[in-house]
Design a protein around this ligand. Sequence first.
Ligand code: ADP
Ligand code: MG
Length: 269
Amino acid sequence: MNVEYRMEEIQLEAFPHIQVQHLTVAYGGHVALDDISIDIPERCITAIIGPSGCGKTTLLKSFNRLIDLQDEVTVKGRILIDGEDIYDPRTDVSALRKKMGLLSQRPQVLPMSIYDNVAYGCRIHGIKSRRTLDKIVERELRSASLWEEVKDRLRSPAARLSIGQQQRLCLARGLAVEPEVILGDEPTSALDPLSAERIERKFLELKKDYAIVLVTHIIRQARRLADYVIFLYLGKLIEHGPADEVLNRPKHAKTRAYLSGHFIEDASP
Ligand code: ADP
Ligand code: MG
């Protein structure tokens, strides 16, 4: 291993990509996230785990400010991405969302062709050349492991694809605008096992180039994919750290209870 490479590793550890500082998010009077502080490292998969309603989606949507679209939401604290506060009033929210691609629970294909779905974001960002778009569409469909299945019907409506194919198409569409971070909100939960496995495999490949933050309630999935784990419970950050530590040697009793499946999903603290 050469010295340069080692230097790079050290830097990656020293400069986390996403820094959350005292983040509190409330819907009306209901506090969904309570004073969360955490650093999310680059080029690895971070899994956010915890029982339903604990604030996983809220945390994920805070990262690209989709949370702003909810009624009566208040956000306190800071989220720094590459050192910049994304809640600063001067932040360009559309540039932020381009940087932070979101893959939601159910694939949301646009009512247009397979080709146009992938080209959509690029066209918005001003790419017009047909040849460039053709190249991007092929590259991203290959990258999402969908090219072989759709290359002969790029002009047919995306809605005709199976749900598993649609989710891979959404991944291709997200990757086409060259995000820096991929946010996944239980992105395999609507998929059959084979399609889910394909998305999982893709994530493992993509982590070489992106930070991936993945909400999952499937502990086995966190074990398969995560390098780093964040455990939330009732809006509070209970425990976080390298996946092996949190999943195999949790420090907190609540984490142990959750992982062992003996978790009572009630509202008591
Ligand atoms: P999770 O993804 O872990 O299931 P969420 O982040 O969706 O949790 O929700 C956290 C808490 O915030 C829950 O109690 C939920 O009911 C509440 N909540 C989520 N979205 C809204 C909203 N738009 N308005 C009011 N309360 C909400
Ligand atoms: Mg959720």
